[in-house]
Design a protein around this ligand. Structure first.
Ligand SMILES: [Zn+2]
Length: 278
């Protein structure tokens, strides 16, 4: 029998609402990628998932987790991290963000489709096993209050809650606050993104004392340039956090789009200084 499609679930964002979760519960299981009805619930039955997603693994940049095509030695850094060391210690992501996988995030973030949460979190646990092993606390990237009102839920907090359920590491949504309602970053350049989120986050004063010498993992849905995660890490560092890691479900991988300004900055750093040459 040809696979049946659930037309109103094959959405690209706007159609679904808060009722998405209810629909996920009431309707038969359907593929996260094609929307086609599955023979049984669970990602195992969703063959399209395993065939179409690009799972991120080693080797990768020691700092930001950018996937390398071949082994580059222990502690190797990508060109971006060589030029600008991120504020966090280490970041890892589970899946490459591309034309196919984008649907998973859009349906989840803007469509309220939550039946993939267990799969997303399990993949994040796989990719972040090392950092989760040492973590005391999970901290989701917060939304600004106005954005939260509009979207009704914070996708990063849902991911953190699910990872917490699997790992028993507590998650806390009352640590980081988003002070600035920054415009959606969309196609902004690396430099513009850094400017956009600079100073956007702070710590709730009443909870600062809980962070001293702790090892935390910041949780978000997509790693684009790392600017948001670095902006989150800054106030955590000021509050005395000992280890700041970051874990995202997806990661934008654009090996050829290294801005010239970064390259120049990196080369400048390698040049011997006046003092060294004299
Ligand atoms: Zn890197």
């Amino acid at each position: 029998m040809a696979a049946m499609k659930v037309p109103f679930l094959d959405i690209s964002g706007g159609m679904r609402t808060l009722y998405g979760h209810l629909l996920d519960t009431l309707l038969p299981p359907h593929s996260l990628i094609t929307g086609q009805v599955l023979s049984k619930a669970g990602p195992e039955a969703d063959v399209e998932l395993w065939q179409n997603l690009k799972f991120i693994d080693d080797p990768c940049c020691q700092a930001c987790g950018f996937p390398f095509e071949f082994e580059q030695g222990q502690n190797a850094l990508c060109i971006r991290c060589t030029a600008y060391k991120p504020e966090f210690d280490q970041a890892r992501s589970a899946i490459t963000y591309d034309d196919t996988s984008r649907k998973l995030v859009l349906d989840f973030k803007y469509g309220g489709r939550t039946d993939g949460l267990g799969f997303f979190a399990a993949q994040m646990v796989r990719a972040g096993a090392e950092m989760l092993d040492r973590a005391d606390m999970l901290i989701p990237v917060p939304l600004h209050r106005a954005r939260l009102r509009q979207r009704r839920f914070n996708q990063a907090a849902l991911l953190a809650r699910e990872i917490s359920r699997i790992t028993n590491i507590p998650y806390d949504t009352e640590i980081l606050m988003r002070k600035k309602n920054t415009p959606i970053q969309g196609s902004l350049s690396f430099k513009a993104r850094r400017r956009n989120v600079s100073g956007a986050f702070d710590i709730y004063g009443k909870n600062k004392h809980r962070l001293k010498n702790k090892r935390v993992v910041i949780i978000d849905d997509v790693y684009t340039t790392g600017s948001t995660l670095s902006a989150c890490a800054k106030p955590l560092k000021r509050a005395g956090v000992a280890q700041i890691d970051a874990l995202t479900f997806m990661r934008v991988v654009r090996p050829l789009e290294i801005p010239l300004e970064l390259l120049a900055h990196s080369l400048k750093k390698d040049e011997p200084t006046q003092k060294e040459t004299s």
